[in-house]
Design a protein around this ligand. Sequence first.
Ligand SMILES: [Zn+2]
Length: 54
Amino acid sequence: MAAKGARESIILACSDCKRRTYTTSKNKRNNTDRLEITKYCKFCGKRTTHKETK
Ligand SMILES: [Zn+2]
């Protein structure tokens, strides 16, 4: 079975310091909303909300 190319690379940016801390990918068909994940930010030194950016 051939994989269908619905995945899109996205960048996660810390909502506190605005730095781009993570890159990931998502399946656009399953996740149409903007991603929001709580992750550890090494620049802030704490867990912050990370939002999808372009
Ligand atoms: Zn940060």
